[in-house]
Design a protein around this ligand. Structure first.
Ligand code: ADP
Ligand code: ZN
Length: 730
């Protein structure tokens, strides 16, 4: 048993967020410290954040061991959280300090909750009433007990802050100190939800019962978009809050909309904590602390909300569980969906994975009985699945630089006449994917990466989608110096937008692409405005496929349904299938039936046929059989090793050395492929070489890989990253 308290002077091991390979010994400070305490310790000349991880090693002269500086005013990290971080680190082969950084992503954790001034209606009347004073007092009377900061009050009542200060002097407005980190208002799980259909009620009942059991379990909740999955899991959240445990709903960042939050607020009568990249530092700190004190019952958040210090988490919902954004692709390479299952299994909590188009992993886990599967069969209410059909592009005679077929054009026109919305979907940002010299055929590439530069006309620049580097559009070919021969080739959404304006001159055309808006918030605001009727024709990339509700949208035209079928990615077919289904699911979500039209050059491709037939089980069974035969995930294990550095020869030498000395892998029956240049062979000037490791399903791969890569000494600027269960293959 590890002691849970250490008296002053006891040697303890402190894990810090600094990139060191072990926890360091320190002496417990005056007053002692708890196991798990957040502490500040000296490291060289600096003070750094750390957590008391256990007894000290004592392999260092006691007299020379330094003392901790102080224990921070935050609840100690729970045993469960420490164990979770250790398991997650072992699974993803991530060093512990990086794991701890994920778990402490809130600034000023150690600061006492600072106070701020707030204002409310005072007892007295001012000696003299002015218009401005009247506005302030009327406003405050209207809001009764609520208090506001000076800035809020000045803005909301439309006066300067000196007017308010004047009222404070007279006692008409009261000024008070209030702590900055306020608890979240309590949620009321007993408010009635919507009346559920039989299907929904059955699913909600199962999950609620599982939540009440207090045991671990994972449920795959499958149902087409609009079938009421959200309604069902909010019932499970209610059941969880009722037993006094906290709930977490994970969403892809972009799906965290005001619309969704409003819905949650209506259900539980109060606003939940929102954890996302747009949250202010103060808000983050507040959430982090309140979650730890159990004073935030429900958190709605993007993937890193999984690493908050919950006091008694009982339910994790992963909405759109198939979404690729759950896999973090830089820094700590973890999949939030898988880590949610891990955390819940350690906690005795329930997981709900919700999706219209589950990942093959989750589908297979449900097939094998590891997860329970619940299906919602129909869309709620009158909405029905869209009719789907293909447009065979081989038969179309489109003029050059046109991408909308005659048939799709007519279908859009019909919607416009009916006063409905149409969406043209193309998963390509920018104006044109290629900028080519018509004299010599040269294509403009990024100087730093092995990637083409993409023209972004609204930025008036070329941009590299790998590293974000931009440069002005050249007027002279960089290769042959011919003048004015550079031309865009192929369509991006911006260019498709131009075509739509020409084809539908009377329609309001809106282009939605993640890079066209300064922030996720601005983009969400724009999407909401469009959903409410702010545009007739919507041109969008992948992001519009994520959970937004467009009630008046009745047609989705997919410009290039073949796009995702190309490439060497093991999940290409699965991704295309999901994306097309999701996009098609945008159409006809409310009362009006929808149609989805897929432009394709290969209408007989099995994936396209499965999409059309709406035969999900058939698609999954076929895909699963193929993967099983190939021994790849989820029927086998894989890991990607990427070595990178500025000098290509050095990178290859190191990779070859690894490949030659793979005894640790061979002993567990794992195979190594490569080295080969990674599909993107250069990013930001660093050459990238990849090794792939493949093993049987039962193999303890992580230990073998750790041993294997541990023998390599990384010289100079060489870097190595291990990606367990790689999602994308770049
Ligand atoms: P999903 O999460 O599967 O896409 P939602 O839960 O968002 O589905 O439901 C789609 C729409 O139908 C929402 O507007 C929701 O409020 C409504 N809805 C679903 N089930 C019910 C119900 N039982 N009663 C009333 N409205 C419902
Ligand atoms: Zn680049």
């Amino acid at each position: 048993m590890i002691p849970s308290f250490y008296d002053e002077g006891t040697l303890v091991a402190v894990l810090t967020t600094q990139p060191l390979d072990r926890a360091l010994d320190y002496k417990a400070p005056e007053g002692g410290c708890h196991l798990g305490a957040f502490v500040e310790v000296p490291l060289g000349p600096r003070k750094v954040l750390g957590v008391v991880w256990g007894p000290g090693k004592g392999d260092y002269d006691y007299a020379k061991v330094r003392s901790m500086l102080r224990v921070l005013d935050a609840a100690p990290m729970r045993d469960e959280m420490r164990a979770f971080l250790e398991k997650a680190a072992a699974y993803t082969l991530t060093p512990m300090p990086a794991m701890l950084r994920l778990a402490t992503r809130a600034p000023g954790l150690g600061d006492p909750p600072s106070m701020r001034k707030v204002y409310r209606r005072g007892r007295d009347e001012p000696d003299r009433m002015t218009d401005a004073r009247r506005r302030v007092l009327d406003f405050l009377s209207e809001y009764g007990e609520l208090s506001f900061t000076l800035k809020e009050l000045a803005e909301l009542s439309g006066v300067t802050s000196s007017v308010i200060k004047g009222l404070v002097k007279q006692g008409a407005v009261a000024e008070e100190d209030s702590p900055r980190d306020l608890p979240f208002p309590p949620m009321d799980p007993s408010r009635p939800g919507k009346e559920l259909t039989d299907d929904q009620a059955r699913a909600a009942g199962h999950i609620a019962q599982a939540v009440r059991s207090g045991a671990y379990g994972t449920t795959l909740l499958r149902g087409v978009t609009g079938s009421g999955k959200t309604e069902v899991y909010l019932e499970a959240v209610a059941a969880c809050l009722k037993v006094g445990r906290q709930a977490l709903v994970l969403l892809p960042e972009i799906a965290l909309t005001a619309e969704f939050l409003k819905r949650v607020e209506e259900r539980f009568g109060a606003r939940p904590a929102e954890w996302h990249s747009g949250a202010t530092m103060t808000e983050r700190r507040r959430i982090w602390k309140m979650v730890g004190q159990g004073q935030a019952q429900l958190v709605i958040g993007a993937r890193s909300a999984l690493f908050l210090p919950y006091q008694r988490l009982g339910l994790i919902v992963v909405d759109e569980e198939h979404d690729t954004s759950y896999k973090q692709e830089d820094g700590v390479l973890y999949n939030a969906r898988d880590m949610a299952v891990l955390r819940a299994s350690m906690l005795g909590a329930q997981v709900v994975l919700a999706s219209a188009t589950p990942s093959l992993e989750s589908w297979a886990n449900a097939e094998s009985g590891k997860y329970k599967r619940l299906d919602l069969e129909a869309r709620f209410g009158p909405a029905v699945m869209p009719t789907m059909r293909t447009i065979d592009m081989r038969a179309e005679k489109l003029p050059s630089n046109r991408w909308v077929s005659e048939e799709l054009k007519r279908a859009v026109e019909a919607r416009l006449e009916a006063g409905e919305q149409a969406m043209l979907f193309l998963n390509r940002r920018g104006y044109a994917p290629i900028t080519l010299c018509r004299a010599c055929g040269h294509q403009v590439g990024c100087d730093q990466c092995d990637a083409r530069m993409v023209e972004h006309r609204f930025l008036k620049r070329l941009m590299c989608h790998q590293c974000g580097e931009t440069k002005p559009m050249p007027t002279v070919c960089p290769a042959c110096e011919a003048e004015d021969r550079m031309a865009p080739v192929g369509p991006g959404v911006e260019r498709l937008g131009e075509e739509a304006v020409e084809l539908f001159p009377d329609a309001r055309v809106a282009v939605l692409s993640s890079d066209m808006y300064g922030s996720a918030r601005a983009l969400k605001a724009e999407i909401e405005q469009i959903a409410e009727g702010g545009a007739d024709v919507i041109i969008g990339t992948q992001l519009v496929a994520k959970g937004h509700n467009f009630p008046n949208l009745t047609l989705v035209g997919v410009i290039d349904a073949d796009l995702g079928l190309q490439g060497s990615d093991l999940r290409a077919a699965e991704r295309t299938f999901q994306l097309m289904r999701q996009v098609a699911g945008r159409a006809g979500r409310a009362e009006k039936p929808g149609t989805a039209m897929l432009q394709t050059y290969q209408p007989e491709h099995p994936v396209i046929r499965a999409i059309l037939a709406g035969d999900e089980e058939g698609f999954w069974r076929a895909e699963a059989a193929q993967r099983e035969a190939a021994g790849v995930p989820p029927y086998g294990r894989m890991a990607g090793i990427i070595l990178s550095g500025p000098d290509v020869a050095q990178v290859f030498d190191a990779a070859n050395a690894l490949a030659r000395n793979a005894g640790a892998l061979q002993r567990v029956g794992a195979q190594v492929f490569g080295p080969a240049p990674a599909p993107i062979a250069r990013i930001r000037g660093r050459h990238r070489v990849r090794l792939l490791v493949k093993a049987g399903k039962g193999v303890a791969l992580q230990g073998a890989i750790a041993q294997w890569v541990g023998q390599l000494r990384l010289k100079g600027d060489l870097r190595l990253a291990v990606d367990i269960d790689p999602q994308s293959f770049y």
